[in-house]
Every structure is written in C-alpha cells, then in structure tokens.
Ligand binder design. Sequence first.
Ligand SMILES: Cc1cc2nc3c(=O)[nH]c(=O)nc-3n(C[C@H](O)[C@H](O)[C@H](O)COP(=O)(O)OP(=O)(O)OC[C@H]3O[C@@H](n4cnc5c(N)ncnc54)[C@H](O)[C@@H]3O)c2cc1C
Length: 410
Amino acid sequence: MRYTDIAIIGGGLSGSTAAAMLGRAGISAVLIDPHESYPADFRVEKLSGHTQVDRFLRTGIGESVLRRATFAGENWIARFGHLLDKAPSRQFNILYDSLVNAVRDEIPASVERIWAKAVSLETSSERQKVVLSNGETLSARLVVLANGLNVGLRHQLGITRKIVSACHSISIGFDVVPAGRNAFGFPALTYFSERPSDRIPYITLFPVGTRMRANLFVYRGFDDPWLHDLRRAPAETLNAALPRLKRITGAFDISGELKIRPVDLYVNDAGGLHGLALVGDAFSTSCPVAGTGCDKVFTDVERLCNVYIPQWLASDGMDAAKIAGFYADPVKRDCDEWSAAKAFDFRSVSIATSPYWTAQRWARFIAWSAQGLLRPLGGANFLGHSSSSSSSSSSSRSSSSSSSSLSSSA
Ligand SMILES: Cc1cc2nc3c(=O)[nH]c(=O)nc-3n(C[C@H](O)[C@H](O)[C@H](O)COP(=O)(O)OP(=O)(O)OC[C@H]3O[C@@H](n4cnc5c(N)ncnc54)[C@H](O)[C@@H]3O)c2cc1C
C-alpha cells in the first residue's frame, strides 16, 4: 500500500494542472493515468480570450505552457462573405496532446506518477482506497477525480449523472491548405453562419505551428446524413453550407483526417460523498461552440488547489461537509452557470428563428460591423503589433510573440 495526501485520478488537462499546482505547493500528491504521454485526441485546440487565458495564468503554470503555443494577435471576423472586423485577439493555438504534455512538464519531480488505470475506489470520511490496474493499492486523504468522460468509477460510486442536453453540438476538426498559393491572407478567422437552416454557428481557422487548423461546429444529430456527406466530400459539403467563405479565405483544400466529436452536456452529482472532489469534465461538460470547457477546468483546479485543499489538509478528516464548500464556491458556481448559459444562448442565436433571436443575430452582425468600422485603420492592437502587419502573416507566430503578449498582460 502506498500512502499520499492527494491521489489524482486522470492526467488530462484538469488532473495534470492539479498535479503541477499541488507539487509546487509542496503538497504530497500522486498522479494516476494510463498514458505516460498524452495521446492525440480531438479536444480544445486553442485557448483564447482574456478571461480564459487569465484563468490559466492564475494556476501559476500558464505562462510557460503558453510559450509552446502558436500565438495569433488578430482574428478576422466575417459573415455573408464580408470581412466585418480585424479584431485584436489573444489566441494561443495548440493541439490537445501538446497542451496536456506541456502541462505535465510543469509537474515537479516530488509528485509521483503512476501509469495505470484506477479500477476501483472506496471512500470514507478519513482515508480513500484506490486500486490500480497494475495491482497496486493507494491510500489517500483525498481523491481528485479528473477522469473526464470515463463513467466507470462514477457508476461504481453511485454518482448520478444529469443529462442537460444530449448531442448538444458536434465539433469537427481538420487541416486546411491554401489552393494554388503558399499561404492564407489572414492570421486567424472566425466565419459565422450564413443561414440558421445550415445549423452551423461558425467555423474558426487558426494557425498551429505551420498548419492551418479548422474547427467547424454544427447543431445536428449524430446520424444526420449531412455528416455522412461531409465525411465523403468534405470541401464540397462545406462550400455548399458556407458558399461565401471562400471570398475571405481564397480557395482551399481540406487535408488529412476529419475528426468528428458529438458533445453531451451533463452534470454529475457527487455531493454527499466523502473524500472525493470532481473537477473538469468529470464534474460537468461544456459546449465546444461556447469554448468554455477550459474556463471550467482552470477555475475548478485553481479554486481546489489554491483555496480548499490547503484548508482541508489543515484539519482531521475529509468528510462530505468539507468538500461541499468547493462545490458551493461562488467563483466556481459563477463559471459553471455562465458556461451552461452560453451553451444555450449560442445555440439559439445560431439556429432559432423566433423574432427575438433573429433580432439578436442581426444585432451581433451590426455590432461587429460597427466595431470594424470604428477601429482605426492600421491602429496598434494590445500587443503593439499593427493590424496590417499581423494580417499579412498566414501561419505561425513565433513563441517570442507568445511571451511578449503574456508579459504585457500579466
Ligand atoms: C471536440 C472538443 C472541442 C473542444 N473545444 C473547446 C474549446 O474550443 N475551448 C474550450 O475551452 N474547451 C473546449 N473543449 C472542452 C475541453 O477540451 C475539456 O473541457 C477538457 O479537455 C477537459 O479536460 P479533463 O482533464 O477534465 O478531461 P480529459 O482531458 O478527458 O482527461 C481525463 C483523463 O483521465 C484519464 N482517465 C480516464 N479514466 C481513468 C481511470 N480509470 N484511471 C486513471 N485515469 C483515467 C484519461 O486517460 C485522461 O487522461 C472541447 C471539447 C471537445 C470534446
């Protein structure tokens, strides 16, 4: 039997961030995950916006991890084939396996890592017992359950799952390459749907290293024939749905494999269980269209590791009443509620046809256009780069751009 204060089950973004934070705080912790190196997986591919990046920076590891990302300091906004704005942006583009592996590099050596699966879990108000697939047993004061979408252990513990919205959206990831020329003319682009009937909120194109990635989102059933058409003839199906996209991007081809992932929105109820705290997707999922999953991950982990775990370890026991404080944390609750509301608002503003949502759609279009018109031509963005100079770059930005944006905003 091995002994530790904290056993973290799951070494994805949540669990690896928690391991790095606890290790840096000198708290005894063990990280358990089946994969020594996080494998390729289609999840978040860019961290963007001031709020999300600031949340990551609050964990204390964001700065060095984001240096590995490709930075885009400007994002073009377009709809109906018209460029509406060249908006300053704070996008850090990185594939999920690279992101998680970069976070894992921030875990101090004092945190033990076990490359195995947790196969069973017994909880109590004092110590928790974790049995691993390699035959080992671990005793911990607290288990941080960060095992994402895997339901096995939660079923075992009788944790109930409330499905809020089944197949709320579908995310599609692929690479695009310019046809007949070397580079795209935009640094990064968000192109909004042309018609609600297409059931597409938007497509976003952004550089990751030398590749141009595309994330396309749709509100459709997973058995919708449109997805079959997209798999069979990706470029033609996309062009039919967004016929004026090429006015902005120029001609392009789709290269490599299409990754298609449906997302259910759910919340797990772990209240009442001793010795166990759920974080990230293990607690509740988010809609990729709204792009709030990492806000939830960073908020959960930051609150848990900075505020609650040090408090809990300072007194005896680890009963459910202690842990209830974490689920009731106002910062966590605000973030969860904001994420859930954004998932439904995005869906309505993209596909609802009521007068209210139609008006909302036009209001956004007018706001983007006005913002674009008011933005001084060639004016400096928050990085100090001029809009015109950044728009001429087509693919990657060097990591020095990442660091300048971080230090200027930190
Ligand atoms: C297609 C897609 C696109 C997305 N896009 C965005 C976006 O643009 N913006 C955004 O903010 N969010 C986005 N998200 C959400 C974001 O990716 C997730 O919220 C986040 O990755 C969750 O991380 P996690 O660590 O909680 O779970 P995971 O990354 O799933 O990690 C779970 C870990 O647990 C391990 N594990 C499972 N079972 C066990 C076990 N029994 N024992 C030990 N280990 C175990 C797994 O191996 C894995 O390493 C997207 C999600 C998807 C699916």
